[in-house]
Design a protein around this ligand. Structure first.
Ligand SMILES: Cc1cc2nc3c(=O)[nH]c(=O)nc-3n(C[C@H](O)[C@H](O)[C@H](O)COP(=O)(O)O)c2cc1C
Length: 166
Protein backbone atom coordinates (compact mmCIF):
# COMPACT_ATOMS: atom_id res chain seq x y z
CA UNK A 1 0.00 0.00 0.00
CA UNK A 2 1.39 3.38 -0.87
CA UNK A 3 2.01 5.90 1.92
CA UNK A 4 -0.69 8.37 0.85
CA UNK A 5 -3.24 5.57 0.58
CA UNK A 6 -2.30 4.30 4.06
CA UNK A 7 -2.71 7.78 5.54
CA UNK A 8 -6.02 8.75 3.96
CA UNK A 9 -7.69 5.34 4.27
CA UNK A 10 -6.73 4.77 7.92
CA UNK A 11 -9.83 4.68 10.15
CA UNK A 12 -9.72 4.09 13.87
CA UNK A 13 -10.88 0.52 14.38
CA UNK A 14 -12.04 -1.15 17.59
CA UNK A 15 -12.95 -4.60 16.25
CA UNK A 16 -10.13 -7.13 16.17
CA UNK A 17 -9.66 -10.85 15.58
CA UNK A 18 -7.93 -12.77 18.41
CA UNK A 19 -4.84 -13.35 16.22
CA UNK A 20 -1.61 -12.03 17.71
CA UNK A 21 0.52 -9.42 15.95
CA UNK A 22 3.70 -11.13 14.73
CA UNK A 23 7.01 -10.16 16.32
CA UNK A 24 8.24 -9.05 12.89
CA UNK A 25 5.30 -6.66 12.39
CA UNK A 26 5.52 -5.42 15.96
CA UNK A 27 9.20 -4.58 15.57
CA UNK A 28 8.48 -2.67 12.35
CA UNK A 29 5.72 -0.70 14.06
CA UNK A 30 7.96 0.11 17.05
CA UNK A 31 10.74 1.14 14.67
CA UNK A 32 8.29 3.53 12.97
CA UNK A 33 7.57 5.01 16.41
CA UNK A 34 11.26 5.28 17.18
CA UNK A 35 11.94 7.25 14.00
CA UNK A 36 9.33 9.93 14.74
CA UNK A 37 10.98 13.28 15.25
CA UNK A 38 10.76 14.99 18.63
CA UNK A 39 11.22 18.53 19.89
CA UNK A 40 14.98 19.28 19.86
CA UNK A 41 15.39 15.54 19.19
CA UNK A 42 15.10 15.03 22.94
CA UNK A 43 13.41 11.63 22.48
CA UNK A 44 11.66 11.72 25.83
CA UNK A 45 8.89 9.26 24.95
CA UNK A 46 9.09 5.62 25.97
CA UNK A 47 6.79 2.78 24.88
CA UNK A 48 5.54 -0.08 27.06
CA UNK A 49 4.21 -3.00 25.02
CA UNK A 50 1.28 -4.66 26.79
CA UNK A 51 0.01 -8.01 25.47
CA UNK A 52 -0.94 -10.03 28.57
CA UNK A 53 -4.73 -10.50 28.70
CA UNK A 54 -5.13 -9.70 32.40
CA UNK A 55 -2.94 -6.59 32.02
CA UNK A 56 -5.11 -5.45 29.10
CA UNK A 57 -8.23 -5.98 31.19
CA UNK A 58 -6.73 -3.74 33.86
CA UNK A 59 -5.69 -1.13 31.26
CA UNK A 60 -9.28 -1.04 30.00
CA UNK A 61 -10.26 0.35 33.41
CA UNK A 62 -7.77 3.23 33.09
CA UNK A 63 -9.76 5.13 30.45
CA UNK A 64 -13.34 6.24 29.91
CA UNK A 65 -13.57 4.98 26.30
CA UNK A 66 -11.42 1.89 26.49
CA UNK A 67 -13.82 -1.04 26.86
CA UNK A 68 -12.48 -2.50 23.59
CA UNK A 69 -8.94 -2.91 25.02
CA UNK A 70 -9.45 -6.51 26.19
CA UNK A 71 -10.06 -7.54 22.56
CA UNK A 72 -7.00 -5.89 21.03
CA UNK A 73 -3.89 -8.11 21.16
CA UNK A 74 -1.33 -5.34 21.65
CA UNK A 75 -1.46 -1.98 23.41
CA UNK A 76 1.50 0.36 22.98
CA UNK A 77 1.46 2.69 25.96
CA UNK A 78 3.42 5.91 25.49
CA UNK A 79 5.12 7.04 28.71
CA UNK A 80 6.50 10.59 29.01
CA UNK A 81 8.04 12.78 31.71
CA UNK A 82 5.44 15.09 33.27
CA UNK A 83 7.92 17.98 32.96
CA UNK A 84 9.00 18.56 29.39
CA UNK A 85 6.92 15.85 27.71
CA UNK A 86 5.32 17.17 24.53
CA UNK A 87 1.85 16.30 23.29
CA UNK A 88 3.03 16.90 19.74
CA UNK A 89 5.78 14.27 20.16
CA UNK A 90 3.27 11.75 21.49
CA UNK A 91 0.99 12.39 18.52
CA UNK A 92 3.77 12.00 15.98
CA UNK A 93 4.94 8.75 17.51
CA UNK A 94 1.42 7.36 17.79
CA UNK A 95 0.45 8.28 14.22
CA UNK A 96 3.72 6.88 12.81
CA UNK A 97 2.99 3.56 14.49
CA UNK A 98 -0.66 3.48 13.39
CA UNK A 99 0.14 4.34 9.77
CA UNK A 100 2.92 1.73 9.71
CA UNK A 101 0.42 -0.79 11.10
CA UNK A 102 -2.07 0.15 8.39
CA UNK A 103 0.60 -0.48 5.75
CA UNK A 104 1.09 -3.96 7.22
CA UNK A 105 -2.64 -4.71 6.96
CA UNK A 106 -3.29 -4.15 10.67
CA UNK A 107 -5.96 -2.04 12.36
CA UNK A 108 -5.49 0.39 15.23
CA UNK A 109 -7.09 2.97 17.47
CA UNK A 110 -5.75 5.54 19.94
CA UNK A 111 -6.84 5.22 23.56
CA UNK A 112 -6.81 7.91 26.23
CA UNK A 113 -5.92 6.91 29.78
CA UNK A 114 -7.92 9.37 31.86
CA UNK A 115 -6.94 7.77 35.17
CA UNK A 116 -3.24 8.48 35.51
CA UNK A 117 -2.57 6.49 38.69
CA UNK A 118 -4.32 3.43 37.26
CA UNK A 119 -1.75 3.13 34.43
CA UNK A 120 1.16 3.93 36.72
CA UNK A 121 0.17 1.23 39.23
CA UNK A 122 -0.07 -1.34 36.45
CA UNK A 123 3.11 -0.49 34.52
CA UNK A 124 5.30 0.73 37.36
CA UNK A 125 6.70 3.97 35.93
CA UNK A 126 7.69 6.67 38.45
CA UNK A 127 5.61 9.55 39.83
CA UNK A 128 7.32 12.10 37.60
CA UNK A 129 6.12 10.28 34.45
CA UNK A 130 2.67 9.86 32.95
CA UNK A 131 1.04 7.84 30.19
CA UNK A 132 -1.85 9.87 28.76
CA UNK A 133 -2.20 7.89 25.53
CA UNK A 134 -1.79 4.47 24.04
CA UNK A 135 -2.41 2.78 20.72
CA UNK A 136 -4.20 -0.55 20.31
CA UNK A 137 -3.08 -2.66 17.34
CA UNK A 138 -4.42 -5.91 15.93
CA UNK A 139 -5.87 -7.69 12.94
CA UNK A 140 -9.10 -6.11 11.74
CA UNK A 141 -12.38 -7.97 12.24
CA UNK A 142 -15.72 -7.03 10.65
CA UNK A 143 -17.39 -4.45 12.93
CA UNK A 144 -19.91 -5.97 15.39
CA UNK A 145 -22.35 -3.18 14.69
CA UNK A 146 -22.53 -0.82 11.75
CA UNK A 147 -20.67 2.28 12.83
CA UNK A 148 -20.75 5.57 11.00
CA UNK A 149 -17.21 6.54 10.16
CA UNK A 150 -16.71 10.01 11.59
CA UNK A 151 -17.02 12.45 8.68
CA UNK A 152 -14.37 15.12 8.22
CA UNK A 153 -15.12 18.77 7.65
CA UNK A 154 -14.64 19.88 4.02
CA UNK A 155 -11.18 21.04 2.99
CA UNK A 156 -12.53 24.56 2.36
CA UNK A 157 -13.71 24.76 5.96
CA UNK A 158 -10.46 23.33 7.34
CA UNK A 159 -8.04 25.48 5.42
CA UNK A 160 -7.55 29.22 5.05
CA UNK A 161 -4.97 30.56 2.64
CA UNK A 162 -2.60 33.38 3.61
CA UNK A 163 -4.81 34.81 6.43
CA UNK A 164 -7.37 33.60 8.96
CA UNK A 165 -10.84 34.03 7.41
CA UNK A 166 -13.36 34.61 10.20
C1 LIG B 1 -6.24 12.45 21.14
C2 LIG B 1 -7.19 11.32 20.81
C3 LIG B 1 -7.72 10.55 21.83
C4 LIG B 1 -8.58 9.48 21.52
N1 LIG B 1 -9.04 8.70 22.54
C5 LIG B 1 -9.83 7.65 22.24
C6 LIG B 1 -10.29 6.78 23.29
O1 LIG B 1 -9.99 6.95 24.48
N2 LIG B 1 -11.04 5.71 22.94
C7 LIG B 1 -11.40 5.48 21.65
O2 LIG B 1 -12.08 4.48 21.42
N3 LIG B 1 -11.00 6.29 20.64
C8 LIG B 1 -10.23 7.35 20.91
N4 LIG B 1 -9.79 8.18 19.89
C9 LIG B 1 -10.19 7.91 18.50
C10 LIG B 1 -11.20 8.96 17.95
O3 LIG B 1 -12.47 8.69 18.48
C11 LIG B 1 -11.18 8.87 16.42
O4 LIG B 1 -9.93 9.36 15.99
C12 LIG B 1 -12.25 9.67 15.70
O5 LIG B 1 -13.52 9.27 16.11
C13 LIG B 1 -12.14 9.50 14.17
O6 LIG B 1 -12.33 8.14 13.86
P1 LIG B 1 -12.15 7.59 12.34
O7 LIG B 1 -10.72 7.83 11.93
O8 LIG B 1 -12.45 6.11 12.42
O9 LIG B 1 -13.10 8.31 11.45
C14 LIG B 1 -8.93 9.22 20.17
C15 LIG B 1 -8.38 10.01 19.15
C16 LIG B 1 -7.52 11.02 19.46
C17 LIG B 1 -6.92 11.84 18.33
Amino acid sequence: MDVYEAIVSKRDTRDFTPDPVSDEDLRKILQAGRMAGSAKNQQLNRIVVVTDASDRARLAECGRFSDWIPSVPVVLVIVVPKEGGKGFDIGRMAQNMMVAAKGLGLASCPVTFHHEDCVRELLGFPEDHEAPMGVGIGHPAPPKEKRQSAPRIPLDELVDWDRWQA
